[in-house]
Design a protein around this ligand. Structure first.
Ligand code: FAS
Ligand code: PHB
Length: 396
């Protein structure tokens, strides 16, 4: 393990997709950086999260030189199905969006590819970096202090700090309360997700609305399926045997689709809470927030990982221009540019979540509105086009 540098140009806190992709793009542009990750590499790579990549995301990953395995193993999807009252509405993404598609390729694989590229480039990623703390972020000479078992207490001086440490990270908390504004909506349910080594129920994704709750059929490969069902807030994975999960999933799907379900032992089972959250601005002094550190979306629209990537598009181009052209204009616009896209994805994720989940407390009016929402979508090409444009990803 190379000695931790005492100084770098950009210190990146957080080794998830946002932090790792930023490090790779900066390295490719000759900007010095270090990644500080709280967990071990094995832990980071054990996480099962996003599954759908927008075209803007796959384009940027290719540009960063980590698209080869994705293009070999990823699955291009031209559309998906919405199941409702036993009907199935197909959303033809390619046709409705003017040729755009999405790629099914797990976030875990993206993270693997990023780690491999950073190793090859010799970019320092320090794992099990404890108590990373941004310091002097209002000055021109910020630093990050942290501790590792092997190296003890350490400090890295830098020009800028990228807070890519996720929703529960430290960076957002470092900004004075009167200099940051947060916007939040919690949903009265979570997603119980299961990974199973069986062929998917069908090639394309199925988003299902049902009186008992939402369900989603997704996949990671032709032999690896990912399923979700809406569950109560505070529900516990221990309450769900595999059999109970698959029985509930089957109930929430139209018979024509449920008939193809191949059950198997779950190799991962977890519950994720759903929330919408945005922190403004995404910058304070020399500290920049990116990805889940700045915003969270309910996973219904498959936007979380993709928003992290678009943040890194804006942040990396600003940092590279600062160092290569001594021009800080794009960096100064980072928060404004990133938030403009974040809020559109927040709107879409909220809309899709509100339409397709079961809200117990919404009463008859809420449920009629959901029915009307779906009926309008099913009958209007304009509505389907709007859904498709958002799902494949709005322009960066
Ligand atoms: P991440 O949270 O991925 O990475 C932050 C990193 O910072 C982590 O590795 C963490 O260990 C590290 N860190 C935290 N505090 C630190 C500190 N103080 N010092 C150093 N390191 C620190 N999105 C979708 O699009 N579809 C999905 O289906 C989906 N499912 C999800 C399920 C779950 C359970 C969760 C939590 C999220 C899910 N998401 C999904 C969203 C997810 O994919 C995120 O959008 C994506 O991981 C964002 O990447 P990052 O911003 O890099 O944050
Ligand atoms: C997934 O495959 O994990 C996935 C796909 C689409 C979503 C959310 C999650 O909207």
């Amino acid at each position: 393990m190379s000695e931790t540098p005492r100084r770098t140009q950009v210190a990146i806190i957080g080794g998830g997709p946002a932090g790792l992709l930023l490090a790779l793009i900066l390295n490719r542009a000759g900007v010095d950086c270090v990644v500080l990750e709280r967990r071990s590499r094995e832990y980071v790579l054990s996480r099962i999260r996003a599954g759908v990549l927008e075209q803007g995301t796959t384009d940027l990953l290719r540009l960063a030189g980590v698209g080869a395995r994705m293009d070999r193993e990823g699955l291009i999807h031209d559309g998906f199905d919405i199941a409702w009252r036993g009907e199935v509405l197909h959303i033809d993404l390619r046709e409705l969006s003017g040729g755009k598609t999405v790629m099914v390729y797990g976030q875990t694989e993206v993270t693997h590819d990023l780690y491999d590229a950073l190793d090859a480039a010799g970019v320092p990623v320090i794992h099990e970096a404890e108590d990373a703390t941004p310091e002097a972020i209002e000055s021109d000479t910020p630093s990050v202090s942290f501790r590792t078992r092997s190296g003890g207490e350490q400090r890295i001086e830098c020009d800028f700090i990228a807070g890519c440490d996720g929703y529960h990270g430290v960076c957002r908390q470092t900004i004075p309360k009167d200099r940051i504004e947060t916007f939040e909506r919690e949903y009265p349910f979570g997603w119980l997700g299961v990974l199973v080594r069986k062929p998917p129920i069908q090639e394309e994704l199925v988003y299902a609305h049902h009186a008992r709750g939402f369900a989603l059929c997704s996949l990671r490969s032709p032999q690896l399926s990912r399923y979700y069902i809406q569950c109560r807030n505070g529900d516990d994975v221990k309450n769900w045997t595999d059999e109970a999960f698959f029985d509930e999933l089957q109930t929430r799907l139209p018979d024509s689709i449920a008939a193809n379900l191949q059950r198997g032992p779950s190799i991962e089972k977890s519950i994720a809470p759903l929330r919408s959250f945005v922190a403004e601005p995404m910058r304070y002094g020399r500290l920049f927030l990116a990805g889940d550190a700045a915003h969270i979306v309910p996973p219904t629209g498959a936007k979380g990982l993709n928003l992290a990537v678009s943040d890194i598009h804006y942040l990396s181009r600003g940092l590279v221009a600062h160092y290569q052209e001594r021009d800080s204009g794009l960096l100064d616009r980072y928060s404004e540019d990133a938030l403009a896209r974040v809020w559109k994805a927040e709107r879409f994720s909220w809309w899709f979540t509100s339409m397709i989940h079961r809200f117990e407390d919404d009463g008859g009016f809420g449920q009629r509105i959901q029915e009307a929402e779906f009926d309008f979508l099913a009958s209007s090409r304009a509505a389907q086009t709007a859904l498709a444009e958002n799902y494949v990803g709005l322009p960066f």
